[in-house]
Write a protein that binds this ligand. Structure first.
Ligand code: NDP
Ligand code: GDR
Length: 328
């Protein structure tokens, strides 16, 4: 039976990936950090078949132990400090987890795999945030990296370290350069969920405004459920490689607001939205739009959920959740 160790099991992508792997017959292990992790109950409830192991990306011996306990054929490194805005305030810990954490896990996998380095396949969750300052439109695997945040810099380190382990040791290591992907499981600090949650609360009379940052940024947003499929497909290839995963379409935050408010029948969203410098970033990534030709041709991957469907799905889910929470 194939088996997988997934770091970041308590995040957005971890549960979607675990569900996909379980449906394919994998034995799935999820790495969870911290004492009394508050998301443990969620994982136990939603993913009862996932075996939880404790460990931290900054603690290599815990990673070695997790590898010994799970003996996986595939390792998916989804764990990271992933909120870009937070990374300026906590640059060192972001570098330790999101950057050096990748090295800790790659080295643990290499040691665990012994004299057959390609026997444990490795996936690194790289990011379109690595493209940063716009150099080329659309962005592909060949585009120059120019990160604009401590998070982006840490991801560049992890990306090149993954390539370096593939080239130095012959590991089956792949780096998925994923553009923004969202879902009802998205953390509420990210812009899509912040908007869909607020729209639901405004519609129910529980909130009266949303305070936002830059409304002109453009993002290539897809659905997380589609993107975990690309991660799995990468590890089914004969060799490790790097792939951009994106919808190849871009939208502004204003378009997100248009669609989210329209889903509850509100067409004059400007009345509810206030901008505050508190949510502006020291350096912004203005425009992300992917060119996922390689993933589509080599992996046979295509996204299924489009942007309006994604926003509708998230607003509907938040409406149901907020009604339940408010006892409505
Ligand atoms: P989330 O922020 O939702 O989840 C991050 C996960 O990392 C959580 O499970 C978190 O655990 C875990 N984690 C944090 N610190 C550590 C640590 N020290 N040791 C072990 N685990 C840790 O991210 P997503 O699910 O959205 O994204 C998954 C990965 O993909 C991340 O690496 C992200 O940077 C990357 N990515 C995401 C994109 C997106 O649009 N979603 C796009 C491109 C890349 P805890 O719950 O305990 O905090
Ligand atoms: P991003 O996602 O930084 O692209 O990183 P986020 O949703 O945080 O921001 C997207 C864009 O929206 C603008 N914005 C706001 N963002 C937030 N969070 N809150 C606001 O109030 C707000 N107002 C405007 C931001 O300035 C930005 O331009 C995500 C994360 O999942 C990363 O881990 C991942 O690597 C990248 O996507 C690809």
């Amino acid at each position: 039976m194939p088996s997988a160790l997934v770091t970041g099991i308590t995040g957005q992508d971890g549960p979607y990936l675990a569900e996909l792997l379980l449906s394919k017959g994998y034995d799935v292990y999820g790495l969870m950090r911290g004492q009394n992790n508050p998301k443990r109950a969620m994982v136990e409830r939603e993913l009862p078949d996932v075996k939880i192991l404790t460990g931290d990306l900054t603690d290599q011996s815990s990673l070695m132990r997790a590898l010994n306990d799970s003996n996986p054929t595939e390792v998916y490194n989804l764990g990271a400090i992933s909120f870009v805005a937070y990374s300026w305030e906590n640059a060192k810990v972001t570098s330790d987890v999101t950057g050096l954490g990748v090295l800790n896990l790659l080295e643990a996998v290499r040691l665990h795999a012994g004299n057959d380095p390609a026997s444990v396949k490795f996936y690194q969750a790289s990011s379109s945030e690595m493209f940063g300052k716009v150099q080329q439109v659309p962005q592909s695997e060949e585009t120059l990296l120019w990160p604009r945040s401590p998070y982006g810099v840490a991801k560049v380190y992890g990306h090149y370290m993954t390539i370096n382990y593939r080239e130095s040791y012959g590991m089956h290591a792949s780096s998925g350069i994923l553009f923004n992907h969202e879902s009802p499981r998205r953390g509420p600090e990210f812009v899509t969920r912040k908007v869909t949650q607020a729209v639901a609360r405004i519609q129910l009379g529980l909130q009266h405004e949303i305070v936002m940052g830059n409304l002109d940024a453009q993002r290539d947003w897809g659905y997380a459920g589609d993107y975990v499929e690309a991660m799995w497909l990468m590890l089914q290839q004969p060799h490790g490689d790097d792939y951009v995963v994106s919808t190849d379409e871009t939208h502004t935050i204003r378009e997100l607001l248009d669609l989210a408010f329209a889903q509850v029948g509100i067409n004059d969203w400007e009345r509810y939205v206030r901008q505050d410098p508190r949510f502006m970033r020291p350096a912004e990534v203005d425009l992300l739009i992917g060119d996922s030709t390689k993933a589509r041709t080599t992996l046979g991957w295509t996204p299924k959920v489009n942007f309006p469907e994604l926003v509708a799905m998230m607003v509907d889910s938040d409406l149901a959740e907020q009604k339940k929470l408010a006892g409505l």
